[in-house]
Design a binder for this molecule. Structure first.
Ligand SMILES: [Zn+2]
Length: 190
């Protein structure tokens, strides 16, 4: 289902009035249109099929070594305030005969991030998706992010970083595997 951008534009115009603005003044005339386009993009994860996204980017590879992709840039919107949270995502997995094309992991992160999210849920969705897609022996995902809803309002803690992790399979059952993952991405367990 596509987004009704005309409807969003109308709602943004009403929102501008409610917060005390004049939507007819020069700088704001095109704002509803811009906001609608931005929201369409920032929520495109709702309209992306993960199977199609991953399709064709899984390769057969006999390896028992851990695969790590670290520092994947991440931008999402918190579902409580619809304000951005942003940071980095680190993914590690133990293949079971199949590996991901590297760019696909980044796409997978984008897909799940482009929805209203909770950082905890986002972390779990990514790990589960990696686990299921390649039937991995184990997966670990860590997200470090700053939340504008905390930094700009409320407690105004500008420097706090939230760290969430999700470990599945061998990453959950084996402390040695988990430690290898943590040392490879250079982050201490939270
Ligand atoms: Zn929030």
């Amino acid at each position: 289902m596509d987004v009704n951008t005309a409807k969003i534009e109308t709602l943004v115009r009403e929102l501008l009035v409610e917060i005390g603005e004049d939507p007819t003044r020069e700088g704001l005339v095109k704002t509803p249109q811009r906001v609608a386009q931005a929201l369409k993009f920032l929520t495109s994860g709702y309209r992306t099929d993960p199977a199609r996204l991953i399709n064709g980017a899984i390769f057969t590879q006999e390896t028992n070594s851990m695969v790590i992709v670290k520092n994947i840039e991440l931008y999402s919107l918190c579902e409580h305030h619809m304000l951005p949270f942003f940071g980095r995502c680190h993914i590690g997995y133990l293949p079971n005969g199949r590996v991901f094309g590297v760019s696909k992991l980044a796409r997978l992160v984008d897909m799940h991030a482009r929805q209203l999210q909770l950082q905890e849920r986002l972390t779990e969705q990514i790990s589960q998706e990696v686990m299921d897609s390649i039937d991995a022996k184990g997966v670990g995902v860590i997200i470090e992010a700053k939340h504008l809803c905390m930094m700009m309002r409320g407690v105004e803690k500008q420097n706090s970083v939230m760290i969430t992790s999700s470990v599945l399979g061998d990453f959950r059952s084996s402390a040695a595997t988990r430690e290898e993952f943590m040392s490879l991405i250079g982050t201490r367990a939270a």
